[in-house]
Design a protein around this ligand. Structure first.
Ligand code: AP5
Ligand code: ZN
Length: 213
């Protein structure tokens, strides 16, 4: 399966991805996670991306298309993949279709994590992540067994630099202006399924399973 997960910041893409990935043996390609790793490692890519990410703006199409093009070549991605946070502009979507077209492949489903903006601030400001695995927790909705510590590795959790109420506003603005049109782009191809992303994580998982079965 070749899947795209689209939704605003905090809508649950990163929470559902590992579950879908394991169930269908797909690779999980999250441009945000890859960019954050590049920023942490201070690679040339990370240096270029950092400012836009800190402001809550999108990084350039060329940069992210390059990352995805590279990542999709991995052997583990040949059976199928989950794109989490990509494509986020219509230009990125067109480039993706072009890349897949060359292999005679196409996107099977676009899962639209539909949710009201008003719910997102609490989700974003309460999130804690384990940076090396990408696992995320929430102080209220998904607390770790020990506060501030990853359940699996025992390593410390951190908060993302862009997870403030202030930066969330620009991230939401980018979503509505640049990413919503991507939903229409795939809608015209009949590939979009809408989810009730305001429901509990378990209920959202059930909706995903229904769509994919
Ligand atoms: P990215 O990392 O993709 O961030 P985002 O799209 O803003 O999405 P989030 O990761 O914030 O939300 P999520 O949907 O994964 O939520 P989660 O499941 O963790 O991108 C970051 C930046 O990188 C961008 O701003 C941009 O600068 C750059 N970038 C990335 N891709 C790009 C691209 N393609 N083009 C250009 N620039 C790009 O959940 C959030 C919290 O809520 C967690 O604490 C979780 O535990 C909790 N939660 C989840 N589901 C539920 C539920 N059902 N009920 C209650 N709580 C829940
Ligand atoms: Zn995410």
């Amino acid at each position: 399966k070749r899947l795209i997960l689209i939704g605003p910041p905090g809508s649950g893409k990163g929470t559902q991805s590992p579950i879908i990935k394991d169930e269908y043996c797909l690779c999980h390609l999250a441009t945000g996670d890859m960019l954050r790793a590049a920023v942490a490692a201070k690679t040339p890519l990370g240096v270029k991306a950092k400012e836009a990410m800190d402001r809550g703006d999108l990084v350039s199409d060329d940069l992210v298309v390059g990352i995805i093009d590279e990542a999709m070549k991995k052997p583990s991605c040949q059976k199928g993949f989950i794109l989490d946070g990509f494509p986020r502009t219509v230009v990125q979507a067109e480039k993706l279709d072009e890349m897949l077209g060359k292999q005679g492949a196409k996107i099977d489903k676009v899962l639209n994590f539909a949710i009201d903006d008003s719910i997102l601030e609490e989700r974003i400001t309460g999130r804690w992540i384990h940076p090396s695995s990408g696992r995320s927790y929430h102080t209220k909705f998904a607390p770790p067994k020990v506060p501030g510590v990853d359940d699996v590795t025992g390593e410390p959790l951190i908060q993302r630099k862009d997870d403030t109420a202030e930066v969330l506003k620009s991230r939401l603005e980018s979503f509505h202006r640049q990413t919503k049109p991507v939903i229409d782009y795939y809608g015209k191809k009949g590939a979009v399924a809408a989810l009730h992303a305001e429901k509990s994580p378990k209920d959202v998982t059930s909706e995903v399973q229904k769509v994919l079965s």
